[in-house]
Design a protein around this ligand. Structure first.
Ligand code: B12
Length: 231
């Protein structure tokens, strides 16, 4: 068997090069080499994205390189996602820890690759997900959650300048007297557990598989709270 590290290096390099053909091939070869799809996501694709991001920050890469990296990430995910879903989704439906989720990338932010993976993993795990897309005003997110009587709101943001809108949404829910009605989870490359706690979110997760586990936990908590309230 080939060295898993070699596969990860190939994937990272393809993302760094912004080469979508190479990223698809490297991801497909890794899967054929029996590498766990979550390892491919975390240690291949997201690790490659981090390097691209650092080069962008350092002024070595510019917007075109970011765009090509995004394309290479999306292309690779098209082969990784079904395997990720088959391995980590699906069997949760029986447990009943599912519910209605409204997902969005918050206003001013158009990054959607990670949010899309989280949405599709939640769907594969039996959640009913309404994905509102990118650059969504916080008021629209709340209105949609009310309309669908959602259990959970999932917010994604990758820009530090867009992350405060997550806090604003929670504060607005509070002001509307609706905070107790919805669980709110937040995520994206720069979101830390500390940030999530500070803004009063119910949790965060560093990747899509852990996001599903978090969503299941929050649904269980919510059911427990509602039982206590009605007792
Ligand atoms: C590709 C990319 C782009 C693409 C995005 C394409 C697309 N369709 O999404 C394009 C070219 C459009 C882009 C644009 C810009 N980008 Co950009 N981009 C990236 C890059 C390289 C990768 C992002 C990505 O897809 N990662 C891979 C996915 C799989 O990871 P993820 O998003 O983190 O998602 C995972 C987890 O975070 C988690 N998760 C995600 N969402 C959620 C939600 C919930 C509820 C939960 C629980 C979990 C969760 O699960 C996901 C899957 O495992 C990052 C670098 C990085 N380290 O991420 C920079 C980065 C995010 N971009 C950055 C910048 C600065 C920009 C621009 C401002 C550049 C410019 N000057 O125009 C614009 C902003 C446009 C805008 N208004 O939003 C900076 C942000 C810096 C900061 N801290 O604010 C970064 C960090 C690069 C850097 N280091 O400088 N970008």
């Amino acid at each position: 068997m080939a060295d898993p590290q070699e596969f990860m290096e190939r994937i990272k390099q393809a993302i760094i090069d912004g080469d979508d053909h190479a990223s698809v091939q490297a991801a497909a070869d890794s899967l054929a080499g029996d590498i766990d799809p979550l390892t491919i996501l975390n240690e291949g694709l997201m690790a490659g994205a981090d390097i691209v991001g650092k080069r962008f920050e350092a002024g070595e890469y510019f917007l075109p390189e970011l765009m090509l990296a995004g394309r290479a990430l999306k292309a690779a995910m098209s082969v990784v996602e079904p395997v990720l879903q088959a391995k980590y989704g699906g069997d949760n439906e029986q447990s009943g820890d599912t519910g209605v989720v409204v997902m969005a990338t918050v206003q001013t932010d158009i990054h959607d690759i990670g949010k899309n993976i989280v949405a599709s993993m939640l769907t594969a795990s039996g959640f009913q997900v309404t994905d509102m897309g990118v650059n969504v005003p916080i008021k629209s997110i709340i209105e949609k959650a009310q309309e669908l009587n959602a259990n959970l709101i999932g917010l994604s943001a990758l820009l530090t300048t867009s992350m405060p809108f997550m806090r604003d949404l929670i504060n607005l829910l509070d002001a509307m007297g609706e905070r107790g009605r919805f669980k709110v989870m937040v995520g994206g490359a720069s979101v830390t557990p500390d940030f999530a706690q500070k803004i009063g979110a119910d949790g965060t997760a560093p990747n899509a598989v852990q996001a599903v586990q978090l969503a299941q936990r929050l649904i269980r908590e919510q059911r427990g709270e509602r039982k206590t309230e009605s007792a």
